[in-house]
Write a protein that binds this ligand. Structure first.
Ligand code: AMP
Length: 398
């Protein structure tokens, strides 16, 4: 169970609060194209407003790599936030320094300050102590509600807690951790995990952790071809990580040892040229010709996996089953989204692509828990903790 302090444990009356949020939202031409992550932070913001509490929100957005870059400014996010909260939003054009201190000093309790992108400073990703100290300067209390960034040992997640002794997890962080912990420790059987996406190497740790917990493990996406190669199948020109074939073989053996049904695609949508316009055909494993590239799970695979999904007590899904960005290769991913939505199981979906597929299939409301952090949810499932949680729980509170 989560042992970090929670916001209910704090007296926030007349306090200046620094709240780390995950407003790393997609932007197009300076407009927020999905505000899901902003909305996800609203319950904590609402819960701590009042009692003359003054809130400053801070986040990163994109990868500006330690440089000020207008393309990654938080200003459009401040505008969207202002439409969603019952408070005036003051945008700070920096995240540290005298201008921020001045703004916070003048701030009224019905105003929210949103700082400029934390990653405009290299000190953020380096967890630099001096940068952490500067971030902390104007505040009495630190709240972390940025689940999607809590697997990073960055200054606003980790180092800052050395300089603000009173700190707690926000409601979103707490909920996410509770759900992932229940998957690790008390999932109702049969527990099925569906893992897809491009790279085996990104997901080896979580695959290994899942083997001692799940009953059925379905591996789709490009990852499946490394596993099919490990089984000796001919995968044509599909994407294979040849330096991971040996590890894939070990995972297959460990699955057998743990009595886990490890399911790989038995048929495929394939094309001869990796291009959105290329024609597709359905091929059956393991007979992919030398030129064929597997780009999605086939209909028989989808039907078989959907049957397992229907019977499941618990479902965890992360990663697309194919190149779902192209309509011709999206049926597997959309089909999995629909099957998970139709099931009565406790269902958890994480990862930007899987969540986008739920949105595309218009089934997001039918999922028990849609995680705001793909990488963070995988790491929490794998390791049982995150740097952001350790920072909140280990250090001394005031
Ligand atoms: P990841 O970031 O590892 O979750 O991978 C997501 C990406 O994997 C998406 O952009 C998909 O287009 C891609 N992907 C999924 N299946 C395949 C496949 N069979 N071949 C190539 N790319 C794939």
């Amino acid at each position: 169970m989560i042992d970090t302090p929670q916001i209910q444990d704090l007296d926030l009356t007349q306090k200046n609060v620094f709240m780390r949020v995950d407003f790393n939202v997609p932007l197009r031409d300076g407009v927020v194209t999905s505000d899901a992550r902003i909305r996800a932070a609203l319950p904590t913001i609402k819960a701590i407003m009042g009692d003359n509490t003054k809130i400053t929100l801070a986040s990163h957005c994109g990868r500006p790599r330690g440089q000020r870059n207008r393309k990654f400014s938080m200003e459009p996010i401040a505008q969207r936030l202002a439409e969603l909260v019952d408070a005036e939003v003051l945008f700070a054009e920096d995240c540290i320094g005298d201008s921020v201190d001045g703004l916070v000093r003048e701030q009224k309790s019905n105003q929210i300050v949103l700082l400029e992108n934390l990653r405009f400073y290299a000190g953020e990703e380096k967890n630099d102590a001096e940068f952490s100290r500067k971030l902390a300067r104007s505040y009495d209390v630190y709240i972390n509600d940025a689940f999607g960034a809590s697997h990073r040992s960055h200054a606003s997640i980790d180092g800052i807690t050395n300089f603000i002794p009173e700190h707690a997890a926000g409601l979103l962080l707490h909920k996410e951790v509770e759900v992932m912990t229940s998957l690790r420790d008390s999932a109702e059987a049969p527990f099925i995990a569906l893992i897809g996406g491009a790279k085996v190497s990104d997901k080896l740790g979580v695959l290994d952790a899942l083997l001692t917990r799940v009953n059925v493990l379905c591996i789709g996406g490009a990852m499946a071809y490394t596993f099919l190669s490990a089984q000796g199948g001919s995968v044509g020109a599909s994407r294979v990580e040849s330096n991971k074939i040996w590890t894939a073989r070990q995972i297959i053996e460990r699955a057998e040892a743990h009595d886990v049904q490890l399911l790989l695609p038995c048929d495929h949508i394939a094309m001869d040229e990796f291009s959105e316009d290329a024609s597709t055909q359905i091929l059956t494993s393991p007979s992919l010709g030398a030129e064929s590239i597997g780009v999605d799970i086939g209909p028989k695979t989808l039907a078989a996996w959907s049957e397992h999904i229907r019977e499941a007590g618990t479902i965890f899904w992360n990663g697309p089953m194919g190149v779902f960005e192209w309509d011709s290769c999206a049926k597997g991913t959309i089909g999995v989204a629909q099957a998970v939505a139709q099931s009565k199981a406790f269902s958890v979906v994480g990862g930007g692509d899987s969540v986008a597929a739920l949105e595309k299939a218009d089934v997001i409301d039918a999922i028990t828990h849609v995680s705001t952090g793909g990488g963070a949810s995988l790491e929490l499932l794998e390791k049982g903790s995150l740097p952001g949680l350790l920072a909140l729980s280990k250090k001394k509170r005031g």
